[in-house]
Unconditional design. Structure first.
Length: 147
């Protein structure tokens, strides 16, 4: 199996272990006050232990994130789109102009793995085209686009 496959397996295993540990901690917190006869002191102690576990969870999340930082993504900047029939496509030649569905000056779209994540304007950097991001979609907006 490739290294990428192993990283994905480790990520899934780590995520499963984190979830299991979090669920086990929740079970212990719920049982601790009852086992001590509802003593408030022991409940506070359980909460303190959970805050220590939260720090551990943050460290584990950082490690999990590090596993995927080198995963390649397909990033596309889209100027516009158009539809045409086969005969129009066959008639295209050098110098032909293809009209797009966007007006000049309208924002371009930045897609990651074919999902819209931001919009921006065209810029030229060292004689190469680029995009200056003007609007980054929030997580909720990205979820809405999936539906």
């Amino acid at each position: 199996m490739s290294e990428d496959g192993n990283a994905a397996e480790n990520l899934d295993l780590d995520a499963a272990e984190s979830l299991a540990a979090a669920l086990a901690d929740d079970d212990e917190t719920e049982e601790t006050p009852q086992a001590a006869g509802g003593d408030a002191g022991s409940g506070a102690k359980a909460s303190k232990n959970n805050s220590d576990d939260d720090d551990d969870d943050g460290d584990e999340q950082d490690r999990n994130l590090e596993l995927i930082l080198d995963v390649p993504l397909k990033v596309t900047v889209e100027l516009g789109r158009t539809k045409m029939v086969v005969s129009e496509l066959l008639n295209l030649g050098q110098g032909s102009v293809v009209e797009l569905n966007k007006l000049a000056g309208e924002p371009m779209e930045l897609l990651v793995n074919e999902k819209l994540v931001a919009r921006g304007e065209a810029v030229v950097v060292n004689e190469k085209f680029g995009i200056r991001l003007t609007d980054i979609l929030s997580q909720s907006e990205r979820v809405e686009k999936l539906a």
